[in-house]
Design a protein around this ligand. Structure first.
Ligand SMILES: [Zn+2]
Length: 174
């Protein structure tokens, strides 16, 4: 009997769920509904990836168009991914992809691009006098004063200056 009552419709739906192994007792999504949901999630993920890539292109375009030379630290990305404290930020900024874009855009526009060796102690060197201060290895130290020359440093700016100096040295020597 093909009744159209609510009761018989519920029975048919329950039968479909049971057949699809999703359990008849618990009302939940059917296989078709789950498929739609997965598709929606996949579309959202693809959109987020596109937006991330667009953002990186915008950043690399700005960096390359505003400078004659770009120097980057050749970070050990797979090693950093294993360090849970760093993994998220490295992943979020898509460092590897940004570096790839900087490299080809510099090449295309006839600008200098060089990476600095990952073992170069960019954070620990004083950009004013060159003295090495191993205490700065500690990532929680954001600012420090050089015990040799007394220069006060912001961790990231000091590291960037060292990378710039080393990058220029490398670029000039090749
Ligand atoms: Zn110093």
């Amino acid at each position: 009997m093909q009744g159209n009552s609510a009761k018989s419709r519920m029975r048919r739906e329950a039968h479909v769920r049971f057949r699809e192994g999703l359990g008849a007792k618990f009302p939940g999504p059917t296989r078709q509904e789950l498929g739609k949901q997965r598709l929606r999630v996949a579309k959202l993920q693809a959109k987020a990836a596109r937006q991330r890539l667009d953002r990186l292109h915008k950043i690399s375009r700005e960096i390359v168009s505003g400078h004659d030379a770009v120097f980057a630290e050749d970070l050990n990305i797979s090693g950093m991914m294993k360090n849970h404290h760093l993994a998220r930020s490295v992943q979020d900024t898509s460092w590897g992809e940004l570096q790839r874009q900087l490299k080809y855009k510099c090449k295309r526009e006839g600008k200098v691009f060089a990476t600095v060796d990952r073992f170069f102690p960019s954070s620990q060197l004083c950009s004013a006098c060159g003295e090495k201060n191993p205490i700065v290895k500690d990532l929680s130290i954001r600012e420090w004063t050089c015990p040799h020359c007394g220069a006060h440093h912001d961790r990231d700016i000091n590291a960037a200056m060292n990378i710039c100096t080393e990058g220029m040295r490398k670029a000039l020597s090749r």
